[in-house]
Design a protein around this ligand. Structure first.
Ligand code: SF4
Length: 374
């Protein structure tokens, strides 16, 4: 919400996932969390740890694979063993499960019995949903135990800070831990002393909690939510929620359907996004190449992050981009996730998505006037 209220809204909107290309690393992260959540409930006297982790991992990954296969864009990534980071995640989940098994935790207490007592301090809550502000603020930390909140992270936990030219712990993760600490205080009555981020591999990072910083974070999150709801009730359109900029839109999954992005982006954004994004009109029908397995399109670029010109984009594999076989001269299309080569050529990558403009949905606020869609 801090970055862009529209992005936050779209992430909760129904029907949008069809136009969003998923990320295999995130799917592996979901499987990783699922195994760690379930392993603590396995009777290791009946099933050896190694077998239990293998079984839970296979089940979790199979569920992700089934979902990806059923998704028109995600199926391109193929079997899980080919997903980037598969083997690291698989090895890491065993490592973390061994750590959990090696440190037996006391029996979990029902939430209503949690007090600021020695017993409560020793209890462990896993994946418990905490709420505050009448349910407006909600969080589900991976582990809450004596004095600390632990969150498993499957992605990088550091980001580059341009101001100091150093790598720092991701600000979003620090904010998330602060909010978890606030939720623990509200629901259990005690302040955790620290938050721990556990990456896929290696040692965890510890963040010391300052109650005042945690309270501020929680209140700011609530203020953002209230601001969002106030605008929604007032009938604001999607563009009133949007905060387009190269920095904000860089990793956004909703560029294809975001009219603010296409109205605001310019060639000055080139190289600052997660891939080139262009909108334009097909000069000709797609040309067949690679013995019919792919197509090349000639696009008059009229918007997005690249210089307005005529560009050839190829090869567009028809199994990854089936829509390319239905395109005709004069069709308006959008591409995101293209690779802009140093020589200026735009080439598809495994993150490229192509849609005809008229096949994209209108984004509107059902409570207010319909804003112009794409
Ligand atoms: S593309 Fe940019 S403006 Fe649009 S929703 Fe995403 S972050 Fe917001």
């Amino acid at each position: 919400m801090r970055v862009c209220l529209l992005r936050a809204g779209l992430s909760r909107a129904s029907g949008g996932s069809k136009f969003v290309l998923g990320n295999p690393k995130a799917w592996l992260g979901t499987a990783y969390h699922e195994v760690l959540e379930k392993i603590v409930h396995v009777d290791l006297g009946q099933e050896p740890l190694l077998d239990a982790v293998a079984r839970l991992w296979n089940e979790a990954v199979a569920a992700q694979e089934r979902r990806a296969k059923a998704h028109a864009l995600d199926r391109r990534f193929g079997p899980p063993v080919g997903w980037p980071g598969y083997h690291v995640a698989r090895a890491s989940v065993l490592l973390r499960a061994e750590e959990l098994a090696g440190k037996p935790t006391p029996p979990e207490l029902p939430i209503e019995k949690q007090t600021r007592s020695i017993e409560a301090a020793a209890a462990t809550l896993r994946e418990h949903e905490f709420t505050a502000f009448g349910g407006k603020l909600l969080g589900r930390p991976d582990v809450v135990r004596a004095d600390e909140v632990v969150d498993y992270k499957s992605g990088a936990i550091f980001e580059h800070d341009a101001a100091t030219q150093t790598d720092v712990v991701k600000a979003t993760y620090v904010r998330q831990l602060h909010i978890y600490a606030y939720l623990v205080k509200q629901q259990l009555g005690w302040w955790p002393q620290r938050g721990i981020l556990l990456p896929l591999g290696g040692a965890g990072i510890e963040i010391a909690f300052e109650p005042s910083a945690c309270e501020r974070e929680a209140k700011e999150a609530l203020a953002l939510l209230d601001e969002y709801n106030d605008r929604l009730r007032a009938g604001a359109g999607p563009e009133d929620f949007a905060s387009p900029s190269p920095e904000n839109c860089r990793w956004c999954q909703y560029k294809l359907v975001c009219s603010s992005f296409w109205k605001t982006s310019s060639p000055a954004w080139s190289g600052h996004l997660d891939g080139a994004a262009v909108e334009g009109v097909l000069a000709d029908g797609p040309a067949m190449i690679h013995a019919g397995a792919a197509r090349a399109v000639s696009l008059d670029i009229q918007g997005g992050s690249e210089v307005r010109r005529r560009a050839q984009i190829a090869p567009l594999n028809i199994s990854t981009h089936p829509a390319v076989t239905t395109l005709a001269p004069g069709d308006s299309v959008r591409f995101i996730g293209l690779r802009a080569r140093p020589d200026g050529v735009l080439a598809p990558s495994d993150r490229t998505v192509l849609f005809r403009l008229k096949d994209l949905p209108f984004v509107n606020n059902e409570r207010g006037p319909i804003a112009r869609g794409p």
